[in-house]
Design a protein around this ligand. Sequence first.
Ligand code: TYD
Ligand code: ZN
Length: 406
Amino acid sequence: MHNPCRICGGTVKGSIDLGRHPRGNAFPRPGETADEFFYRLVVGMCDVCTMVQLLEDIPQEVRYHDEYPYHASGSAIHRRHFEEIAQGFLDTELTGPDPFAVEIGSNDGVMLARIARAGVRHLGVEPSRQVAEMSRAKGVRVLPEFFDEGTAERIRAEHGPADVMFGANVIAHISHLASVLRGAALLLARTGVFVFEEPYLGSVVEKTAFDILYDEHSFVFSVRAIQAAAERFGLELVDARLMEIHGGSMRYTLAPAGARPVSPRVGELLEKEAAQGLGEHATLEEFARRARTVRDDLTALVRDLHAQGKRIVGYGAPAKITTVTNYCGIGPDLIPFVCDSTPSKQGRLVAGTHIPVRAPEAFSADHPDYALLFAWNHAEEIMAKEREFAERGGRWILYVPDVHIV
Ligand code: TYD
Ligand code: ZN
């Protein structure tokens, strides 16, 4: 399978083929599974600009529907993280006479609410209706649209240039990334910054985190590919920092080309990426082999425990669960349910495998023998919350970076 690169037109060769999958965040209701949407989950790298991307493109209207169930403020650690980011912007970037901040994919307003409380001009650009409503309730101003060049032009005409543009776990979701970067170049003030944080290819490869691959992740960014993409559209990568949130995200800072000094961290990270072989097809092919090993090990373990009469329940229903359970063929016969704290996911099913999602009380009311941790990037918070489970002899099953029991 080959495709033209969405950024530069080079050739993308499919190196990782995980087979047919439904949408990661579909979470159908029971009885609504007859016409589930499936696509072929194949990921590859551009042989010119090294951008890692999905080969098949799922229309964004299909993905970010009005009932889009993901809530950015669903974890205490994430809430703190976004409040710190907002405070950082208020302290360092939003200090001029009448500053203006724009967030792409502002979700439930967890970041912008802090900026709104400080009385700073802001605008969230968020097409999913329910989460947009949640942010309005927090005093956040929202434009219910997809961000692209045209939106950028209209925002600039109405509000003037942006001192800060921000996006978290959203920029890598946008298949028209080229138009987003053109829009950022249009909307940013000469002294402005475009900051975004997204799952990092280096961490994904290091952890064999193949479950980060699903329909919404049109791209998996690396420092090298973002530097090249920025350059094509009159922007410059001036800083990059690795963070542990979401199991390994990189925070990129772009500025208009030549406007800011470039941090030495950028060069250091580029060297590390070269040493890790991140720009090579062979690295992705090796990753695909390791993903198959994780699948075989996890399937064998779960089947074996099930055969021994052990009760296994899933913990957390992130979008990632759709990739893992579909790729491994794990359904309600092996895992009767998975619990998740997001109300809008409860009572729904994991797409494709149809494992029911229930409230966390279902877990604490009747502890299983084993809990398969799908929200592994929240391991610390969840294990602390569910200490009683382990104290009573329950065991956690993890599959990142390999299958193990703790
Ligand atoms: P997350 O990893 O943030 O997102 P993604 O869908 O992008 O992979 O999802 C974590 C899920 O785990 C989310 O549905 C909420 C759930 N969760 C719990 O059920 N309990 C918890 O204590 C935490 C922290 C998360
Ligand atoms: Zn390319």
